[in-house]
Design a protein around this ligand. Structure first.
Ligand code: ATP
Ligand code: MG
Length: 437
């Protein structure tokens, strides 16, 4: 430690980075629950998990997402590796890294893949409700299949997830971005339209007018709503093949009772999309109402240096989904141990802990009373802690009982505090009965 470090005033309180949140109990219980639901559902759709690095080469995102995008222009946490000068970035999204990994490990060698990931993403945005600098995404990606049936499968999967999570009033918006050739003609029409209304464009839009006019449609500036509303629609520029793909997706959704709204202005924030794009939106979260977005990205794999292969996927914002669960869903029961061990005298600790270990091995959730370092505390305070833990039973490891080879079991939840003695050697049987209650 340097001189300077040791001289730092002790009282200085360090706080977390703005827009990066701690996830603590009881909220973390909801996170775990959601993750469990997602894993179950992904398994039912035969999607396999991938875990990828949080740091990637900056070039991956610049090339993959597009230079003229919100993320690359202003939201990336980038830095130079101090040792070798490499330009690195905290991943702002998951698709580019996943595609990088798929190409690097030649995963499509044996055919298509269905994959999913969960984890933190980083974007330097203005923190507000539903918008953070470290946030979490769960993403599902299907690589190597070009047909509309996988677009539809991904939408059905997301829709099932809302059902499993008990979410209501989530609207699906759908659009097709066609193919690059079709976008060229639309682009020219778009530039002509916006050039006629230059006075209505904000600085971002003016800057993007010739570099990436499609991005203007993605604006969050309400002052530009009208001029964007009146802009030429990509759907009118689609050829037969693109329309057929779009119609096939819609037909599968129709046949499966999935309602959707065609939104011709839905373009999504990244350049890599083509054909189908979609978002799931709720009105219950204020202006940060998009909980999930995705689409087809048939040219990204090639862009990242792989053999051309079609792909499609979505990513959902975990914080927004959890916020919606809180607003709409049923309250999650607070987690509680099955038993709380009251230990009046520290001398009983070795034997008490031995019994608790056997209970835990049998699947019982057991919380041990812990002292302050100067004894175990009064019986009164231990019972108070036992009550507060939410446990169904207190196990009282009293010295007298222990010498008889027994432990006292007291019910904390029946209102009468019924108490009985159990033999230590049969307490496991009692635990088994506890599990079946
Ligand atoms: P937005 O339009 O709200 O900025 P986006 O188009 O940038 O969203 P995507 O890149 O498509 O978002 O990411 C997919 C999902 O991740 C979003 O629909 C949203 O739920 C979530 N998300 C994106 N950025 C943030 C953020 N800064 N904080 C929390 N969640 C986010
Ligand atoms: Mg954004």
């Amino acid at each position: 430690m340097t001189e300077q470090h040791t001289k730092q005033p002790k009282a200085m309180k360090l706080v977390g980075v703005k827009g990066m949140n701690d996830i603590l109990p009881p909220d973390s219980g909801r996170w775990e629950w959601l993750e469990t639901q997602v894993r179950g559902l992904m398994a039912r759709y035969a999607y396999r998990n991938v875990r990828l690095p949080i740091v990637e080469p900056t070039a991956l995102f610049v090339r993959g997402l597009g230079e003229v995008t919100d993320i690359v222009e202003k939201e990336m946490y980038s830095f130079e590796d101090r040792l070798n000068g490499e330009q690195l970035t905290l991943r702002p999204e998951g698709t580019a890294g996943l595609v990088r990994a798929v190409v690097e490990h030649n995963l499509l060698y044996e055919g298509g893949k269905r994959l999913y990931y969960m984890g933190p993403m980083f974007r330097h945005e203005r923190p507000q409700r539903g918008r953070y600098r470290q946030f979490h995404q769960i993403g599902a990606e299907v690589l190597g299949f070009g047909g509309p049936e996988v677009d539809a499968e991904l939408i059905l999967l997301a829709n099932d997830l809302w059902k499993v999570l008990g979410l209501k009033d989530v609207r699906l918006e759908l659009n097709s971005l066609g193919q690059p050739e079709e976008r060229k003609a639309h682009r020219a029409a778009l530039i002509a339209h916006f050039e006629q209304h230059l006075e209505l464009l904000d600085d971002d839009a003016k800057r993007r007018l010739h570099s990436n006019p499609l991005r203007i449609l993605d604006t969050k500036n309400p002052a530009m709503a009208q001029v964007v509303e009146a802009a030429p629609q990509l759907l009118d520029f689609l050829g037969a093949a693109s329309l057929a793909h779009f119609n096939a997706v819609k037909a599968i959704l129709d046949a499966n009772g999935i309602a959707y709204l065609i939104n011709p202005r839905l373009v999504r924030g990244m350049d890599y999309y083509n054909l189908t794009v979609f978002e799931f939106i709720t009105e219950s979260l204020g202006s940060q109402g998009t909980i999930c977005g995705g689409g087809r990205y048939d040219y990204l794999i090639e862009q990242v240096g792989g053999k051309p292969s079609p792909a499609v996927g979505w990513a959902l914002g975990v914080e927004r989904v959890l916020e919606l669960i809180k607003e709409q869903g049923e309250a999650l029961a607070a987690p509680a141990p099955d038993v709380y061990a009251i230990i009046p005298d520290a001398a009983a600790l070795p034997q008490a802990i031995h019994t608790l270990q056997a209970l835990r091995a049998a699947g019982v959730s057991a919380q041990m009373h812990a002292g302050t370092g100067e004894g175990m505390g009064s019986m009164k305070s231990q019972f108070k802690k036992a009550d507060g833990s939410g446990a169904a039973y207190a196990l009282i490891f009293g010295a007298d009982e222990l010498t008889r080879g027994e432990v006292t079991v007291k019910s904390l939840r029946d209102g009468q505090g019924v108490q009985r003695c159990e033999r230590l050697d049969t307490v496991l049987q009692w635990a088994a009965s506890l599990q079946s209650v």
